[in-house]
Write a protein that binds this ligand. Structure first.
Ligand code: AMP
Ligand code: MG
Length: 329
């Protein structure tokens, strides 16, 4: 049985007890909902992989509520890391540092490094504070599904599989944190997010590498797996060619599907079923995963249209192309 908890001091205390007792608690952050366990308790950490059906070599992020906890987790904090911590923590960035031996291989997928994040969400910080221990957490979805950005979406995937769910606010950002590897020769963005390479580069005063080729062998195993996928088929149009989208929509109908066009411009398709994605890239980031989860319930073929450019759009594209399984129209 999963306990449904409010963000009250009493319920936060219960959530903290569950984590210290080796249980799993889903909690809100500003990026997406996380599925937390005591990062220092190997048996608890293993439960995360079981609840999610997550491959065991896909490492977890260790969440902290106070910068002083870094010293318990990371073997060393470089000068670059100090600058990033000062500039962006708390915030939607995760930094990869050499790990201390108290962080078990099952947290890091066998890597000698650990990913650390301090969320900016007050709800997340209140939960982490009530745990008193570092909390490792991936997104609180079943493996391969879109990340949950509302507690209702966590419930959909995790009801009965976890000990408790904190029913907090909807996530403001909507896509996962930027993952920045600070262990190599050059700072490298392994996963794009709303903290952008240019912003990082400005703080560090040096160029930042961004992993763009999904086939590149990088130190972030998570990027290899099927990700963010809705239950129904999905295709992605990137060139804004309306006629091509309409033509595909009609062919879906002829094949007996009930398709939907997921778009920033629903008015372009007055005779079709549409779903509004938001206008700015930030809005699209905020809406994307929830839109996929809603559309899969009402329709059975998602035709997504997105042609944003710029740094936030790059992060959205990283997610939406994976959702579509690289299926480009
Ligand atoms: P998720 O929690 O589902 O958002 O996934 C966590 C992400 O952080 C995955 O893409 C991991 O590959 C990445 N990550 C976690 N720990 C490490 C690490 N030690 N080195 C590199 N990437 C990591
Ligand atoms: Mg995830």
């Amino acid at each position: 049985m999963t306990k449904y908890l409010q963000m009250t001091p009493e319920d936060l205390e219960i959530a903290g007890e569950i984590v210290r007792g080796g249980g799993l608690v889903a909690f809100p952050t500003e990026t997406v909902y996380g599925l937390g366990a005591n990062a220092l308790d190997v048996q608890a950490v293993k439960k995360i992989y079981v609840a999610k059906g997550r491959p065991s070599d896909n490492p977890l992020i260790v969440h902290i509520y106070d910068k002083s906890q870094l010293a318990d987790i990371a073997l060393s904090v470089s000068a670059d890391a100090e600058k990033i911590i000062d500039a962006f923590m708390p915030g939607s960035i995760t930094i990869v540092l050499p790990k201390k031996s108290c962080i078990d291989d099952c947290v890091t997928g066998g890597l000698p490094t650990v990913a650390v994040r301090m969320p900016s969400s007050h709800e997340a910080l209140a939960f982490l504070r009530s745990c008193h221990v570092p909390v490792c957490a991936p997104s609180a979805n079943t493996s391969t599904r879109p990340s949950p950005t509302t507690w209702q979406s966590v419930k959909e995937d995790m009801d009965g599989r976890i000990d408790a769910l904190l029913m907090g606010s909807d996530c403001k950002v909507g896509i996962e944190s930027t993952v920045l590897d600070l262990c190599g020769e050059q700072p490298t963005v392994l996963r794009p997010g709303i903290v952008t390479p240019n912003g990082i580069s400005a703080v560090l005063g040096k160029p930042v590498r961004v992993v763009t080729n999904p086939k590149e062998k990088v130190n972030s195993p998570g990027v290899r797996y099927k990700h963010y996928a809705p239950r129904c088929p999905m295709v992605l149009n990137l060139d804004g060619n309306k006629d091509k989208v309409l033509d595909f929509y009609r062919r879906c109908e002829q094949d007996g599907y009930n398709p939907v066009i997921l778009t920033r411009y629903p008015r372009l398709y007055p005779d079709c079923s549409t779903w509004y994605l938001g206008t700015t890239d930030e809005e699209v980031a905020h809406n994307l995963f929830e839109a996929l989860r809603r559309c899969e319930k009402k329709y059975d073929y998602i035709i997504a249209c997105y042609n944003g450019t710029g740094e936030v759009a790059f992060s959205v594209l990283n997610r939406i192309t994976k959702s579509a399984g690289q299926n480009i129209l």
